[in-house]
Design a protein around this ligand. Sequence first.
Ligand code: MN
Length: 305
Amino acid sequence: MSKLHHVQIIGYPSDLGAGRRGVDMGPSALRIAGITGKLEALGYTVTDEGDIPVHALEAEDEGSSKLRYHQEIARATAILAERVEAALESQRFPLILGGDHSMGIGSVGGVAAYCQKHGKRLGVVWIDAHADMNTPETTPSGNIHGMPLAVAMGYGDATLRSIGGDFVKVKPENVVIIAARDLDKGEVELIKRLNISAYTMFDIDKRGIYPIIAEVVEQLRPHIDHLHVSFDLDSVDPQVAPGVGTPVPGGLSFREAHFIMEYLAETRMVGSLDVTEVNPILDTRNSTALFATDIVSSCMGKRIL
Ligand SMILES: [Mn+2]
């Protein structure tokens, strides 16, 4: 179980940060898959505050090709950061439903603002096929969902870095990436330069997931007071989770994904959670959203026995 017994669900219905349309419907798909009932079954009180308002792509100018839809993403993630911070201030566990992964700018921004105010040290576990560590200088696509982890560590666009407050949200030594397998050149350079703990699918194949997640917890536990987990469904193999914005073959198995979450739940360190990039258009009868709700349950303490 999480230390907080009241879960606050916040939807971020955006596909502005993605290259493909449709992840804006993710929050709805997760609700239809029964996320509230599953958390209540675990003993949580759940409040769903609905979605934050995000303008439709059709209503917005694309703007710079290096920061597509920057203006609306900055506006929406600033609202998200405020809502996430407010949830934590009311002793509620923020569960943020995406939406494309640009939401990480708002969720990490809000969590970091709360941590900064209360003298808590923040750690972030980023479970993703990608590193989401591009900047306007390195991005091949201009899609902002490829940038939130760089932003959190103080790299990239100044407006996005100021969401949640003008400070570095998380130290690189308190960031861990798991399941990476599709990295851009600039991301590889930044990972190496900042010496980020990044566990690729090669590492997972070679060592198995248990020693890796145990090592992650060992690394972070002495140095952080609040753990934010950002779970991008594209971390999982597309055969298990076909309905994602950017599918990449060779991902986490069904059990590897659950094991990561079950193990993190046992530590009782997790204080906030993103579930992101569910794309109903590419899904098969909402199976990816259903899988995602079960992943959330595992992270929130659901056990096999
Ligand atoms: Mn991502």
